[in-house]
Design a protein around this ligand. Sequence first.
Ligand SMILES: [Zn+2]
Length: 65
Amino acid sequence: MAICPICQNKEAVAAFKPFCCKRCADIDLHRWMGGHYAIPAVEPPDNWEETLDAGLDSDDPSKIH
Ligand SMILES: [Zn+2]
């Protein structure tokens, strides 16, 4: 017997394992699809290191002088 990890008060049903119902299974799915995993803006762009280097390059001369 396993308790549904979403509502945590009903036993899991084989058809929706490890959830108790389709609603809980959908909630878990939306956590993955609509959660922070799916927001592309959070991920840094491929050239973020170049942007960082450019910022350092423009900053170093002013410190040297
Ligand atoms: Zn549930």
